[in-house]
Design a binder for this molecule. Structure first.
Ligand code: NAD
Length: 295
């Protein structure tokens, strides 16, 4: 069994980012990312902190905008408008989920698609479906695809089963992997909460992706001998033996499944590592695309 480690592959992406960053700087451009954090959710705060640290490590311009959960929808739209008009900012990320009472879709619609480095604006989802390379794909699914490519796992003509149909992960990954090009050309099945006899469907997978949000949901019965398993899930469970009293697990029962697999991603240290790396790559690409448009 081969362990597909997120850090190793994220480092490849960061090395590319550093090279592209230097090239942009030599041309007089500094990529800039703005992250908008609304409310006080500790997990969101931790994610935003990691994104900020990565920007700083790469030397990127980084702006964090914090707003209270009491902000109105219109006030939040005004924040986005200001960032859309700020030439020093190439990427805008609104940390989701937003607190209750705020309409996420309306906020995402306000982001300039050329700055939508999270890839959730309908224009970018459309470009993803049309395989238009000027769009931005959501970071977690493109991170999964990159892990497969960098691990030398063939996807062309193979059966990929994705469990989960969210736009953020499952549906977008299906679009990526059924497309043409590297890490694609797969025969993709998307399973979800209404799928009948899920294990029979997932056992058909040469590559099985779990994006469900239920701790250790995928067990050995779901997995074919020799399959590749990508675990997108990040779930915090109680663990009295852990320092914090809890720990992170995926949607796959790693210990029970690993020995059946050709390759598998761990949690933590798997897909999660890729999401921020792809965000940095998208931001740097947004800067390059703007520079090409302007020149
Ligand atoms: P979501 O809740 O939006 O979607 C979950 C999907 O799972 C749904 O489409 C649903 O149909 C499916 N599902 C639920 N119960 C099921 C069942 N019993 N059988 C089959 N399918 C079922 O979640 P999401 O945003 O797509 O996230 C999924 C997981 O990935 C979560 O654990 C989340 O924390 C994690 N995640 C990780 C990253 C990362 O950076 N690694 C990024 C985003 C999400």
């Amino acid at each position: 069994m081969k362990l597909i480690e997120g850090k190793t592959i994220a480092d490849i992406v960061y090395a590319e980012c550093a090279r592209e960053f230097e090239a942009l700087k030599a041309d007089g451009h500094t990529p800039g990312l703005a992250v908008v954090l609304v409310g006080d959710d500790p997990a969101s705060r931790a994610y935003v902190g990691s994104k900020e640290r990565k920007c700083q490590e790469l030397g990127m311009h980084s702006v964090k905008i914090e707003k209270p959960a009491t902000i109105s929808q219109d006030e939040l739209h005004a924040v986005i408008e200001e960032l859309n008009n700020d030439d020093a900012i190439h990427g805008i990320l609104v940390q989701l989920p937003l607190p209750d009472g705020l309409d996420e879709d309306e906020v995402i619609l306000r982001i300039d698609p050329a700055k939508d480095v999270d890839g959730l604006h309908p224009v970018n989802i459309g470009k993803l479906a049309m395989e238009d390379p000027t769009g931005f794909a959501p970071c977690t699914p493109s991170g999964c695809q990159r892990m497969l490519v960098e691990s030398g796992i063939e996807t062309s003509g193979r059966n990929v089963v994705i469990v989960g149909r969210s736009l953020l992960v499952g549906k977008s990954l299906a679009l990526l992997m059924m497309g043409k090009g590297e890490g694609a050309n797969a025969t993709v099945t998307v399973a979800h909460s209404r799928t009948k006899d899920l294990a029979a469907v997932t056992r058909e997978a040469d590559i099985l992706v779990a994006a469900i949000g239920i701790p250790k949901f995928i067990g050995p019965d779901h997995v074919k001998e020799g399959a590749v398993v990508i675990d997108v899930g990040i779930n915090r469970i109680d663990d009295p033996t852990a320092k914090k009293g809890s720990r992170l697990v995926g949607d796959v029962d790693f210990e029970a499944v690993a020995e059946k697999c050709e390759a598998i991603t761990p949690v933590p240290g798997g897909v999660g590592r890729m999401t921020i790396a792809m965000l940095m790559a998208n931001t740097i690409r947004a800067c390059r695309l703007r520079q090409s448009r302007d020149s």
